[in-house]
Design a protein around this ligand. Structure first.
Ligand SMILES: C[S@@+](CC[C@H](N)C(=O)[O-])C[C@H]1O[C@@H](n2cnc3c(N)ncnc32)[C@H](O)[C@@H]1O
Length: 351
């Protein structure tokens, strides 16, 4: 374990006693981020678990019933327990964290949460270890339907290993859905290794373009951005050290799918949402620029069509057409155009 990881464990294990001890606005989740499904479960979560929630978003996707979910950097377990309710007794949730004190809080409430949810048996497991090496925790290849993570991957000293592991453990068609802190440039060494800045999720924030490169390198060829929120640091001492950069919290969705292309291609496919996803009767947002209105057919690129036919979202969509006839690029310009490699600020890797 490196010194930086040691300082992060110290920060989350001993320095912070609860949300009130945070020194900046980075690890704060806007109430707007919560879906109706999540809002309905939160009153069932133990107070101490809620008090030690340090997430920056709410990366809980819909359609979780019966799913196997993995939460990377689960901390005191808030999102594990929310997911445990949403997957139901047929599903299961695994939380991984490297900080013993955080896991102690999470485990303390396992039986109480089971009883609050009315389950006969607990459907959660907490594992003590590193998100860069899920294999040593016994998490098998292609074993998870959904991987979630809330304000954690920025803290990793080997982000590529984390995304590689996520890709390995997801089942084909499985979904990565996570919220994290990003920066509009690479953070220099001094602030990057400063224990306070690192602990506050600013020093290790991912530069959006490096994030895109890593994702594409490990096999997440087309990932989608759900939301972008500017972060106000709100601490003049911290701003002095990292005020040269702009930080954002983003929620990202990516699927483990073969055959995704590096730009959107037009095969004349059409998708229609049936309105049956819980909490989304009128429309469903696949990402920040694909809103599917219930019953309204929409022309989609080949990548989007795959995301709606070869994943669990197929239950809510009908997609017409296949890739047998190609009609050119899907309005994204030719390879090499700025739009093709649009930065996350432009929305996502999808045009
Ligand atoms: C900002 S907190 C978020 C915790 C939780 N996701 C939540 O929303 O409350 C970051 C958590 O990630 C854990 N963490 C950071 N780096 C890790 C790593 N490389 N492996 C496992 N856990 C890690 C820390 O121990 C800490 O509990």
């Amino acid at each position: 374990m490196d010194k930086l990881q040691e300082s992060i464990k110290e920060y989350y294990g001993r320095t912070l006693g609860g949300r009130g001890d945070l020194q900046s606005g980075a690890c704060c989740c806007s109430p707007d981020a919560l879906s109706d499904e999540v809002k309905a479960v939160l009153p069932l979560i133990a107070d101490e678990v809620m008090e030690r929630f340090y997430g920056c978003g709410s990366p809980i996707p819909p359609l979780l019933d019966g799913a196997a979910v993995l939460d990377l950097g689960c901390g005191s377990g808030r999102d594990v327990y929310v997911a445990a309710k949403l997957v139901g007794e047929r599903g299961r949730v695994v939380g991984v964290d490297m900080t013993q004190e955080q896991l102690d809080v999470a485990r303390k409430y396992e039986d109480e949460q089971r009883a609050r949810f009315g389950y006969e048996r607990s459907n959660v497991t907490f594992l003590h270890g590193y998100i860069e090496d899920l294999g040593s925790l016994g998490i098998a290849d292609a074993s998870m339907d959904v991987v979630i993570s809330n304000c954690v991957i920025n803290l990793s000293t080997s982000k590529e290993s984390v995304f590689r592991e996520i890709h390995r453990v997801l089942k084909p068609g499985g979904e990565l859905y996570f919220s994290d802190v990003f920066a509009d440039r690479r953070i220099p060494d001094a602030p990057r290794t400063d224990p306070l800045l690192r602990g506050e999720c600013l020093g290790g924030a991912m530069y959006t373009e490096d994030f895109r490169r890593v994702m594409q390198g490990v096999g997440f060829t087309d990932f989608r951005c759900l939301s972008v929120r500017g972060i106000t640091i709100g601490n003049s001492e911290i701003e002095k050290k990292v005020g040269f950069a702009n930080f954002t919290e983003r929620t990202i969705r990516a699927f483990k799918l073969d055959g995704l292309e590096d730009i959107c291609e037009d095969y004349g496919q059409v998708a229609c949402y049936d309105g049956c996803i819980e909490g989304f009767p009128h429309y469903f947002d696949l990402d920040d620029h694909h809103r599917f209105y219930t019953g309204k057919p929409m022309l989609v690129c080949g990548n989007t069509a795959s995301m709606l036919t070869d994943t669990r979202y197929a239950a809510a969509f009908s997609v017409m057409g296949d890739r047998s006839v190609h009609f050119g690029a899907f309005g994204c310009g030719a390879p090499g155009d700025a739009a093709v490699s649009a930065p996350l600020d432009g929305g996502s890797s999808c045009c």
